[in-house]
Design a protein around this ligand. Structure first.
Ligand code: FE2
Length: 181
């Protein structure tokens, strides 16, 4: 459990780092009118970073000791992180992404998306893909899957789907696993 959470935390951090370095500066340059929005989004990223920094040592301690009190505290910190992320992601998608689509090139976006991908294990990523697919409606799932490079699709079929099930049941014991591709 602690390891799966750690992988998600790391992925989140790297994802924000990619946006901070390779998407938001480009947006601010191409669309100066968005400057205020950009600053707000970067501040929300910093809020997330600060929470991850508090979570990390506690997560490690909890993995070592399985201490119930640390577990409770950790659950509270993740709930708080989730609240911050909910606000951030909703605003980023509705208020910022339309401008990003207009002014940031596909090539630049690709670079931002690929940022730091070598720092996360591919095995974790193909499992994560199962979760991403599961959060989309079935029709979108198929469309999304088609855009993924063939080797990754193969890896997903071979190990990713199973990893997704394992990750999900680790994080949400006893809950039915949402359908994916
Ligand atoms: Fe973001």
């Amino acid at each position: 459990m602690g390891e799966v959470l750690g992988n998600f935390d790391k992925l989140l951090h790297i994802h924000h780092e990619g946006e901070d370095e390779l998407m938001y500066p480009q947006l601010a340059e191409q669309a100066p009118a968005c400057a205020l929005h950009v600053e707000q989004m970067l501040e929300q990223h910093r809020q997330v970073t600060r929470r991850l920094e508090v979570i990390e040592p506690l997560r490690l301690r909890w993995m070592e000791t399985a201490d119930a009190e640390a577990g409770q505290e950790l659950a509270g910190l993740y709930a708080d992180l989730s609240a911050v992320l909910n606000v951030h992601l909703r605003r980023e998608v509705t208020e910022v992404m339309p401008a990003v689509d207009r002014v940031v090139t596909q090539q630049e976006l690709k670079k931002a998306a690929e940022h730091g991908s070598s720092q996360v294990s591919n095995k974790f990523l193909v499992g994560y893909l199962g979760m991403v697919l599961a959060t989309n409606p079935p029709a979108d799932r198929k469309e999304l899957f088609k855009e993924i490079p063939a080797p990754v699709r193969l890896a997903y079929r071979l190990i990713g789907r199973r990893m997704y099930r394992k990750q999900y049941s680790t994080l949400f014991p006893g809950r039915p696993i949402p359908e994916t591709l």
